[in-house]
Design a protein around this ligand. Structure first.
Ligand code: BEZ
Length: 191
């Protein structure tokens, strides 16, 4: 079997979460991209970035959903730094995420060899089955070493808006978190 990292002429990393607005490595080029068969969902607990072990936040992963398409951003890796960047991302995404090698559709329809990191159902931080209201509450209340969980959500919402990518899951969650923040501000002021 072909070793994609070693042998493919080009290699792209697919960003569907924080990578969209904060790419953390040098890339040669970036392009709007699509990953078929997956949907972006806030169903992974975050103990080390947007929450703590005592109060984990929620961050996105990709759920396999037949017929679905996840829109995001793909980054072409410089060949000389491939290994260094992939090792860096392995380390950063260690809270339950693993590599997924997959063809990506970039720009106007070119298919390129790619990979991304996803948290699968079998990992201990997997939290599928929570209602939108429960997830919104957890996001509204969680903070971690990388900042407030709500900022992660709002930055994702803004980045998707800027790219004209509609995502009802992200926009409905953002609305609920804004509403909860407003309610908690009012109750603190007027209790
Ligand atoms: C993301 O959040 O978009 C992401 C982060 C690291 C690797 C792949 C994707």
């Amino acid at each position: 079997m072909m070793d994609i990292v070693e042998e493919s002429a080009e290699l792209w990393v697919f960003g569907y979460g924080s990578l969209i607005w904060r790419p953390v490595f040098q890339y040669e080029m970036r392009q709007a991209a699509r990953l078929a068969g997956y949907a972006r969902r806030f169903c992974q607990a975050s103990h080390d970035h947007r929450g703590t072990p005592e109060r984990p936040g929620r961050v996105v992963t990709l759920l396999p959903v037949p017929g679905s398409i996840c829109h995001g951003m793909a980054f072409k890796l410089p060949e000389s730094d491939r290994h260094k960047i992939l090792e860096y991302l392995d380390h950063r995404e260690q809270d339950g995420y693993e590599r997924l090698y997959t063809p990506l559709h970039v720009g106007e329809g070119r298919t390129v060899p790619g990979l991304t990191w996803i948290a699968r159902e079998c990992n201990p931080s997997w939290r599928a089955g929570e209602t939108l209201e429960e997830v919104a509450r957890l996001i509204a209340e969680s903070h971690g070493p990388s900042g407030a969980n709500r900022d992660y959500l709002f930055e994702l919402e803004q980045a998707l808006d800027a790219l004209n990518i509609p995502d009802p899951h992200v926009s409905e969650l953002s609305e609920r978190v804004r509403q909860l923040s407003c309610e908690s501000w009012l109750s603190e002021r007027f209790r």
